[in-house]
Design a protein around this ligand. Structure first.
Ligand code: AMP
Ligand code: ZN
Length: 470
């Protein structure tokens, strides 16, 4: 596979640290609110990446954190802990909202066919590991204690910025307009590893540490959780593009300072889902959820299909019109698959191998999911029997996760199922035909009206009369 690596700014051939195995880490949700469909775009694309690697023969171990402490309202280590903010909003405890929104997140993932990660670790369950890593960073001079907090000293690194192509000043979190400056920091981008006094009054969860009672910063959780479950060498780290700086930059700083060697090789960033009025964000409170899409009558997989049609490294504009187009295309595609015969014809293994190779080449080129979807249409048009088409579509769907064969089977079942009241409708249509033959137009019209009142519309043609429910 070739994948764009944000750390090198290049599309690279993917070579894992250990042949045949992939260690993969995904920044999980901050569970103070529902995930919005923008967050879920990131998780859908990461899910396709994971499934593609498995399809390509790798043994993948995917680890995800759940941020239930330490993610402050501002990336500059200022503002309230988002979890505390969420708990206040709902008059509940932090633990209650963490559980509620974690469950809600995985329920949304299930509806979108996003596989449950191999390991899910809430940040609050790893305090001992953070203390161990922070202690070593203090002992080796990478971290310092000031004003009651422990900070990472970014000036100790030969290279701090990894992902930016911009002027470094643009990316200085501590000096952004409107953000209060933390005077304890020696350098503008130093970040907190452990909070004590400076943010304490309202903090719900706190633990003892060598630096006083407090709680961890946001970045340290991902380094420690990844190292615990995926070891000292990580193959792929993913997240939304907003995580690149400062979150991932700081993860690299502290992990490599701690380990003394390079840590993660490939950094994959998913670009944002935007609306015409800008980025969709939880903190603004204006966002769309999977439940809302369902309430409006959309199958969540229509949203997955919508995401797959565009490339993960381009921002994607959400509009109802765009979603409707995806819905129409998805339903048409399912309809075409449902029309394939399911006879016992032998599967053409040679054709399967040929089309699979083309699919792997297409999707394996920097996760080109839209070409992956196109591959399904190519199969439908191909000069192979229907059994081969079904085998190939089922195979591609292991990566695409669109439930194509299942939805097609459901559609066929629905079409074949006896319709309630069909006998009565057919009988009335027969009586109307008799009336027409007898030139009793009044009776024929009365029967048409009776059917209409029953919610049935009839259509006459040369072949006879057909009916549909309206
Ligand atoms: P959070 O719950 O805020 O920690 O974010 C969870 C994930 O969603 C992170 O990987 C973010 O980078 C990502 N994310 C946030 N906003 C968007 C968006 N509008 N589009 C795509 N991904 C996003
Ligand atoms: Zn993270």
């Amino acid at each position: 596979m070739k994948i764009y690596n944000s750390a090198t700014h290049k599309k690279e051939e993917f070579v894992p640290y250990e042949p045949g195995k992939v260690s993969m880490y995904t920044c999980g949700p901050t569970v103070y609110h529902f995930a919005h469909i923008g967050n879920l775009r990131s998780y859908i694309m990461e899910d396709v990446l994971e499934k593609f690697l498995r399809y390509d023969g790798y043994d993948v171990k995917r680890v995800m954190n759940i941020t239930d402490v330490g993610h402050l309202a501002s990336d500059a280590d200022t503002g309230e802990d988002k979890m505390v903010k969420g708990a206040k909003r709902e008059h509940k405890s932090v633990l209650e909202i963490a559980k509620f929104y974690t469950d809600a997140f995985f329920s949304d993932c299930k509806k979108l066919n996003i596989k449950y990660p191999d390991v899910v670790q809430p940040a609050t369950g790893m305090i001992g590991d953070y203390i161990k890593v922070i202690s070593k960073l203090v002992d080796t001079g990478y971290a310092y204690f000031a004003g009651g907090n422990v900070y990472f000293d970014t000036s100790k690194l030969a290279k701090y910025y990894v992902f930016n192509d911009h002027d470094e000043e643009d990316l200085a979190v501590g000096v952004r307009e409107g953000v209060e400056e933390d005077l304890n920091k020696r350098n503008k981008n130093d970040f907190v590893l452990w909070f004590t006094k400076s943010k304490f009054e309202d903090q719900a969860l706190k633990w003892d540490s060598p630096w006083g009672v407090g709680y961890p910063g946001w970045h340290i959780e991902c380094s420690c959780i990844s190292m615990k479950y995926n070891g000292e060498h990580l193959d792929i780290h993913c997240g939304g593009i907003d995580n690149a700086f400062p979150h991932h930059t700081n993860e690299i700083a502290q992990s490599e300072a701690y380990l003394g060697h390079p840590w993660c090789k490939y950094w994959v960033h998913i670009h944002h889902l935007n609306t015409n009025s800008g980025k969709m964000s939880k903190s603004s409170g204006e966002f769309l959820t999977v439940s809302l899409l369902e309430e409006k009558g959309y199958d969540p997989l229509v949203y997955r299909f919508f995401c797959l049609q565009s490339h993960y490294r381009k921002s994607l504009i959400f509009s109802w019109e765009n979603l409707d187009n995806a819905k129409t295309a998805y339903e048409k595609l399912v309809g075409r698959i449902a029309a394939l015969s399911d006879g016992p014809a032998p599967v053409d293994e040679e054709a399967v191998a040929k089309y699979k190779t083309a699919f792997i080449e297409a999707v394996g080129n920097d996760l080109n999911t839209s070409l992956g979807v196109t591959a399904v249409y190519d199969v439908l048009k191909a000069d192979v029997n229907d059994a081969t088409k079904r085998a190939l579509i089922g195979s591609f769907d292991q990566v695409l996760g669109l439930d194509l064969l299942e939805k097609a089977a459901a559609l066929r079942e629905k079409a074949a199922a006896p319709v309630e009241g069909a006998e009565e409708i057919e009988a009335l249509i027969a009586q109307r035909l008799e009336a027409k033959k007898a030139k009793d137009w009044a009776k024929a019209d009365a029967i048409r009206d009776q059917l209409k009142a029953m919610g049935v519309e009839i259509k006459d043609s040369k072949e006879g009369t057909t009916w549909t429910r309206v």
